[in-house]
Design a protein around this ligand. Structure first.
Ligand code: ADP
Ligand code: ADP
Ligand code: ZN
Length: 224
């Protein structure tokens, strides 16, 4: 198997976390979500970094590149990311995409595939309003589409499920607006590298995953 260095892009609620988790478990690569990393930091309320980050993350504004880039670079240096990774929620600006590319080139690596999940706005709203996340392990649920066996409790670890502060309608609109401002530049960048796969995130999660896997086979990234 080649290295599986993947990126998943898409608006909030498109299903990036859900797909990244499926891919990470099947191919045994780490699921690196910058949003999850930030929410981890926020749990330690007294820390200086948490104080700095809270205003951005809870309002749905972008965290400054300087902070994001440092955290991602450190995460990609871990042993578990040496034979592959899936980045979810990063890059979110053209600047971040260029930086990532430069730092991968420096260590002789590259991105094999960028999965671009599109989603319509009414679907985004319904998904985010019903999203519930495990406080302990960050597993994702939906009250209608993938509900846990016991309401409010994580199937995987028994942790408590909560609704994200930024999954409220006004903040969702702001997040989608920011996403739309940034996405074209990022898409243009990866289109030039001919590694972009566009999939409708409106589809059922299982169908999206099948399309991702067939592309991985087609591009010889994984064997049959
Ligand atoms: P993102 O990481 O892009 O914000 P998530 O993977 O967290 O998106 O999905 C948002 C919500 O929608 C979650 O509650 C998730 O369980 C649910 N979801 C994800 N993919 C689908 C899908 N294809 N169909 C229906 N619900 C989905
Ligand atoms: P979603 O799953 O809804 O797409 P994320 O969990 O990826 O949202 O991100 C939540 C918040 O974390 C963002 O609204 C932003 O404040 C911050 N964030 C996450 N990734 C980045 C990034 N690459 N650059 C800047 N801010 C980020
Ligand atoms: Zn859990």
């Amino acid at each position: 198997m080649n290295h599986l260095n993947l990126i998943i892009l898409g608006p909030p609620g498109a299903g990036k976390g859900t797909q990244a988790d499926l891919i990470a478990r099947k191919y045994k690569i780490p699921h690196i979500s910058t949003g999850d990393m930030f929410r981890e930091v926020l749990k330690d309320e007294g820390s200086e970094l948490a104080r700095d980050l809270r205003e951005y993350v809870e309002k749905g504004e972008l965290v400054p590149d300087e902070i994001v880039l440092k955290m991602v670079k450190m995460r990609l240096e871990h042993d578990d990311a040496q034979s592959g990774f899936i980045l979810d929620g990063f890059p979110r600006t053209l600047e971040q995409a260029k930086h990532l590319d430069d730092s991968l080139i420096q260590i002789g690596k590259n991105i094999n595939l960028v999965i671009y999940l599109e989603a319509s706005f009414n679907i985004i709203l319904e998904r985010l309003a019903g999203r519930r996340v495990c406080l302990h392990c960050s597993a994702n649920y939906h009250i209608k589409y993938s509900s846990p066996k016991e309401e409010g409790v994580c199937d995987r670890c028994g942790g408590e499920l909560y609704q994200r502060e930024d999954d409220k309608e006004a903040t969702i609109r702001r997040r989608v607006e920011i996403y739309l401002e940034q996405i074209e530049g990022i898409i243009g960048f990866y289109n030039q590298k001919e590694c972009l796969l566009k999939i409708s995130g409106d589809l059922d999660a299982g169908d999206v995953f099948k399309l991702v896997e067939s592309q991985l086979v087609k591009s010889n990234i994984i064997g049959n």
